[in-house]
Design a binder for this molecule. Structure first.
Ligand SMILES: [Zn+2]
Ligand SMILES: [Zn+2]
Length: 330
């Protein structure tokens, strides 16, 4: 089969590699679509520490069941459409045993630490596959994974009852978080992004207000602040907008060594809550449901899928902030 292979950071090729065979408990998925995300840029640049090289990346994917290995107990007919939760956790470490699998001490993931879905076929644990209903195509199915991350983020914020929100970043994750917030009882959501086209999409998806620069909001106060940019100065800027009793969700991935300037006095005196959100935690099935029912509609985010041979172009577009969500259709 054909697959993207990264031999080392900065170097990739479209390679002919052996077809995967399903081990015990595994199925083979024929990949229909796989999303390109910021993590893939970090893997290309050698900035995602758990990645071993060579690797075939790709962790946001959907496809059809092409083969079933031994000892698969769950009913997944050949040809069935599935989206796959890429999370791999050990189940026995302290974090897993306390129900926080996403913080597993032996954390791994399809496309991040083992072969992923920028390939025609990929082997996955059958229990990670979620059936998709008719009418959900592979590109929509590939949006379940990022939505599952956003659902976990929403849960980390906690209950909402009309709270005003400042949301920085109108990329894929920001726009999915926006829709979830609007549908889950948040008050008016203000979206901040430098890219006009993204702000237009945010307005269509329910943002009460859109601004191109945080400075336009000076003097405003919000009950919830969300960073979906991963840019440290923006995390600082959006946290500064919190009123007393405010809640901050750090969702974007900043460089590991970055720090933030939130005042400990404010955390104490204003009872500011700071929360992080890491990947997926039992949020994949709800995300399938949200897309299947149309409650969340990722379609305004999507560009036409590109072939494997255009993987480099897709990464460049993600880097340049062109379009919103790009997929590879192997
Ligand atoms: Zn991703
Ligand atoms: Zn574990």
């Amino acid at each position: 089969m054909r697959a993207i292979v990264l031999d080392c950071p900065g170097s990739f090729r479209v390679a002919e590699v052996p077809d995967p065979t399903p081990g015990p408990g595994q199925i083979i998925v024929k990949v229909d679509c796989c999303g390109v995300c910021g993590t893939d840029v970090h893997i290309m640049d050698g900035e995602f520490p758990p990645t071993p090289y060579p690797i075939t990346p790709g962790h946001e994917f959907a496809g059809t069941v092409a083969a079933i290995g031994p000892d698969v107990a769950i009913d997944l007919p050949l040809g069935a459409a599935v989206a796959v939760d890429p999370s791999l956790y050990c189940g026995y470490c302290r974090r897993c045993r306390s129900g926080r699998d996403n913080l597993c001490e032996n954390w791994a993931a399809i496309g991040d630490t083992v072969s992923g879905a920028f390939a025609e076929y990929v082997a996955v644990p059958a229990v990670n596959a979620h059936l998709l209903p008719a009418g959900i195509d592979g590109q929509l199915g590939a949006m379940v994974e990022p939505l599952a991350c956003a659902v976990h983020g929403l849960r980390r914020i906690g209950p909402l009852s009309g709270d005003s929100v400042a949301l920085a970043g109108a990329g894929t994750m920001g726009l999915l978080l926006l829709q979830l917030l609007v549908h889950s009882g948040a008050g008016p959501v203000t979206v901040i992004d430098r890219v006009t086209e993204r702000l237009e999409v945010a307005s269509k998806l329910g943002a009460a207000q859109v601004v191109a620069d945080l400075a336009e909001l000076s003097g405003h106060r919000f009950e919830i602040a969300v960073d979906a940019t991963g840019v440290p100065v923006v995390v600082d800027g959006v946290s500064a907008l919190l009123g007393r009793g405010g809640r901050l969700l750090v969702f974007g991935v900043t460089p590991a060594e970055a720090t933030m300037s939130l005042s400990p006095f404010r955390v104490y005196n204003d009872e500011i809550t700071v929360t992080g959100s890491m990947a997926i935690l039992r949020s994949f099935a709800p995300a399938v449901e949200l897309i299947s029912t149309g409650a969340i509609d990722p379609r305004p985010l999507l560009s036409p899928p590109l072939p494997l041979a255009k993987y480099g172009e897709a990464l460049s577009r993600v880097r340049a902030g062109q379009g919103i969500k790009w997929h590879i259709r192997p």
